[in-house]
Ligand binder design. Structure first.
Ligand code: PLP
Length: 382
């Protein structure tokens, strides 16, 4: 519960900044506020903080050399990874592959590339949102540059089989990029083990600040050529130029570090909350359906309720904060492309609500929230 007296269950949209992250960031706003490129002590202190954060995150993902870059968001990282490699390889490779339930940060880049003369393949998924690795293999052509497949879906929680896809990309000598935005921190990812060439993500889904992202490159097996999309002072090897946002970088690494240190306990805790929520609903009302697979992104549930629209639920229960689909899709008022891709019809899409849990929810809150939904639906169905 927060000061709005709202139970926050929209943690796939964004999360509350962890107080430990906030505390770690604070000195870099008002004491250690130097520009890491400056030659004096302020600059040096800022630069030490940035490089310590970089080292920590590189270690977490098993990235070698300096190849972990800070950007302003997961969206920016994804754009650099996909567009940047496409532009750098335009004369030799013009084909890129992804799948239908990716975030718009990927799908819109693909659309834009298509309009610029690239060829793109957007593969279908099955009823639970999985893309078939074999379909990826079959779609690879002699001039395929890259495959981009997300680790975890932000609406229905599907966890893609990155290991199988990585093996295929390695064998076929195609770059493999993954959007780890929802999954990093919640699961361990080692780029070499999964054969990932590029990873993108951000901080605000895991109790870090908004406005900071990372792009990781694994150059151990393949050559990765990337053109910058912006030009400026040359920071971040020219890939994300502009003065580094030191407090946010420190916040990102702290958020990832906390996830890493508490993964086992947090996994158990979030599983427990989600189970409590789901069983309270299904044991008390009929016609509750799960969208997406049973084994899914740890803190996510996508549910549809027969004969109840998610708008009714959202507007009718003023004490809960949750969403219909992803924040981006709802903002635009368009039916979710993810729910469409798994074969839901319009009325099923309208009756879908997404719930996202976090370390700041209590069992009491979850029970209260589920009971409020039960009471509302019972009354509505009378
Ligand atoms: N990818 C996924 C899977 C997401 O859930 C999001 C955010 O909703 C993004 C990318 C984009 O993140 P940001 O808006 O922080 O750039």
């Amino acid at each position: 519960m927060n000061k709005n007296n709202l139970i926050y269950l929209d943690n796939n949209s964004t999360t509350r900044v962890d107080p430990r992250v906030f505390d770690a960031m604070a000195p870099y706003f008002h004491e250690l506020y130097g520009n890491p490129s400056s030659p004096h002590r302020y600059g040096l202190e800022a630069s030490i903080a940035v490089e310590a954060s970089r080292l920590m995150i590189k270690k977490l993902f098993g990235i070698e050399d300096r190849e972990l870059y800070f950007t302003s968001s997961a969206t920016e990282s994804i754009n650099i990874a996909i567009m940047g490699t496409a532009f750098a390889n335009f004369s030799i490779k013009k084909h890129l592959i992804t799948q239908a339930t990716e975030h718009p940060a990927v799908l819109e880049v693909f659309k834009s590339l298509e309009s610029l003369g690239f060829r793109t393949t957007v593969l279908d998924v099955d009823g639970q949102g999985f893309v078939d690795p074999q379909a990826i293999k079959n779609a690879i052509e002699p001039d395929t540059l890259l495959v981009s497949i997300m680790a975890a879906n932000n609406e229905i929680g599907t966890l893609q089989d990155l290991v199988s896809i990585g093996k295929i990309c390695e064998e076929m000598e195609v770059l493999f990029h993954s959007d780890l935005t929802q999954a990093a921190g919640r699961y361990a990812f080692n780029v070499s083990e999964i054969k990932l060439d590029m990873i993108s993500g951000g901080a605000h889904k895991i109790h870090g600040p908004k406005g900071i992202g990372y792009l990781g490159l694994n150059k151990t097996t393949k050559k990765i050529r990337i053109n910058p999309l912006m030009y400026g002072g040359g920071q971040e090897n020219g890939l994300s130029p502009g003065t580094l946002n030191v407090p946010l970088i420190v916040g990102l690494s702290k958020a990832l570090e906390i996830c890493e240190e508490n993964r086992t306990g947090e996994t158990e805790f979030l599983n427990g909350l989600r189970q409590l929520f789901f069983t309270t609903l299904t044991e008390n009302i009929e016609g509750v359906h799960l969208n997406g697979p049973g084994i899914r992104l740890l803190n996510n549930l996508s549910l549809r309720f027969d004969n109840i629209s998610s708008n009714d639920l959202i507007n009718g229960i003023k004490t809960l904060a949750f969403s219909a689909g992803s924040a981006c899709a709802t903002g635009e008022g368009k039916p979710s492309h993810v729910l469409k891709a798994i074969g839901l019809n319009d009325s099923q899409i309208k009756s879908t609500a997404r719930f996202g849990f976090s370390r700041f929810n209590s069992g009491h809150e979850i029970l209260t929230a589920a009971n409020e939904i039960v009471n509302f639906i019972k009354l509505k169905r009378k």
